[in-house]
Design a protein around this ligand. Structure first.
Ligand code: FAD
Length: 420
């Protein structure tokens, strides 16, 4: 990774921003009430709430700075704060804005609240259960904690291309500073938000093409799609539709297209093709996944507790994809560890949908009902179903109502109501 922004004050990204090395002796002697692993939005929010409540805690981060995933966003990235309708519940403020402003503000808050942070320490193993966990850090040091919050995200386990040439030095899976590249022919593989944002930023100074299996961008946010489509229409970006990468050569990407094989000249390939839960490490802590699928997320209770009593999982590793969710979960998990029963931030939104449709169930009952009655959702975790419901409309058809017409196929809806 290239050096960080010269524009940032040293505290906001260069070097340890809060504290590093061993925790100051006597700050929290003995066993921590909670050890939080990972300082992304989820872990940082948990540590901030623990600090606010005076709970003895340690926040362990393997990078030399807080928030490694956001730190690695492309420079000057516009960070989105969706879903707008979801209330925010965290000591960390969050509004849409630049990556740099976000890093700076959260670093300040971490200082103001006096978080007990250790940077540059990787947690290699976790054993034990509620009341008596042992964490082993790189270097062999051990720490004790009564509860664990695992907030390590999934970005440490990026998907890589599996085609000949994928290991060439001209292939990269991260984009630090788009302005480092000038006058190159670059092909971006990946049509999610990361791929689209890289494409847009690089197109200012390079000839950029984006490879797309289909012709639309179903996985990206509407704002990014609109910008990319406009750039394609202006001719600023080449859209390689219905194309599948097959091989990378020194200065060329070979594609299989609807019209046969094609060769695209390129100096560099940037592949943004997602990430998967770091399953081996998580399973080594005793946590169980609901299926063998590499895309499965750990099964958790409604209070984010895994099958290991006292070990909680939040954030991207819990299957929630966005920063706002992570922040809320960090706050909530500390309340749960303290034994306080609070409804998750999305509870009111989902309950309102059920009430409006006349479904006389609590959110928990409804989620369980979906899990039991719709086999297609069996492998989804409780949290993923809640997330799905937030973005769904709930209908309660009466006998004789037309539920769907073949043209718009809400098959899941049909299965559910038949099953009842
Ligand atoms: C390119 C890109 C753009 C995105 N843009 C947006 C956006 O605009 N808006 C939005 O809401 N969301 C966005 N997201 C999603 C968002 O970044 C994630 O949802 C969020 O960062 C997840 O937070 P987290 O705390 O769960 O994990 P992460 O942010 O991934 O943090 C995990 C932390 O754990 C540390 N860690 C990992 N393993 C260990 C270990 N063994 N020991 C110690 N530390 C460890 C890592 O170094 C890291 O700092 C984007 C994601 C990507 C990849």
């Amino acid at each position: 990774m290239a050096s960080d922004d010269a524009a940032l004050p040293p505290s906001a990204g260069d070097g340890p921003p809060v504290s590093s090395g061993p925790a100051a002796p006597g700050v929290y002697p003995g066993v921590y009430k909670v050890a939080i692993v990972g300082s992304g939005p989820a872990g940082l929010s948990a540590a901030a709430h623990a600090a606010r409540k005076g709970v003895s805690h340690v926040l362990l981060e393997r990078a030399p700075h807080l928030n490694d995933t956001i730190f690695k966003f492309q420079k000057r990235k516009h960070v989105m704060a969706t879903p707008a309708f979801l209330p925010l519940r965290s000591e960390l403020e969050f509004e849409e804005g630049s990556r740099e402003a976000l890093i700076e503000r959260w670093t300040e808050v971490a200082r103001e609240l006096g978080l007990n942070v250790r940077l540059g320490v990787e947690v290699n193993s976790i054993s034990g259960e509620r009341g008596a966990f042992t964490l082993t850090l790189g270097g062999g040091e051990t720490l004790q904690a009564e509860a664990i919050v695992l907030a390590i995200g999934i970005q440490g386990n990026l998907n890589k291309l599996r085609i000949p040439g994928a290991d060439l030095p001209t292939v990269q899976y991260q984009l630090d500073d788009p302005e480092e590249y000038q006058g190159e022919e670059i092909v971006v593989i990946g049509t999610g938000d990361a791929g689209l944002e890289n494409t847009l930023a690089l197109a200012a100074n390079n000839s950029v093409s984006i490879v797309n299996r289909v012709a639309e961008f179903p996985r990206a946010k509407a704002g990014n799609v609109a910008l990319v489509e406009a750039a394609i229409a202006r001719g600023d970006i080449v859209h390689l539709v219905n194309s599948e990468p097959k091989e990378i050569e020194a200065k060329c990407l070979v594609l299989e297209t609807a019209d046969g094989m094609a060769r695209v000249a390129c100096d560099r390939v940037i592949a943004r093709i997602g990430a998967l839960p770091p399953r081996r490490f998580v399973e080594s802590c005793g946590v169980v996944f609901p299926s063998d699928s590499p895309t499965a997320f750990p099964q958790l209770s409604e209070s984010y507790e895994s099958g290991v009593p006292g070990l909680y999982i939040i954030g991207a590793l819990a299957g929630y994809p966005l920063i706002k969710h992570c922040l809320n979960q960090g706050h909530e998990v500390i309340e749960y560890i303290l034994g306080n029963i609070i409804a998750p931030a999305d509870e009111g939104l989902i309950q309102a949908k059920l009430d409006q449709a006349g479904v006389q169930m609590t959110v928990s009952e409804f989620v369980k009902s979906v899990q039991q009655k719709l086999p297609i959702f069996e492998s989804l975790t409780t949290l993923q179903i809640r997330e799905f419901l937030i973005h769904s409309n709930v209908h309660r058809p009466r006998t004789g109502d037309v539920v769907f017409r073949p043209a718009n196929i809400p098959i899941l809806c049909i299965s559910f109501w038949r099953a009842r």
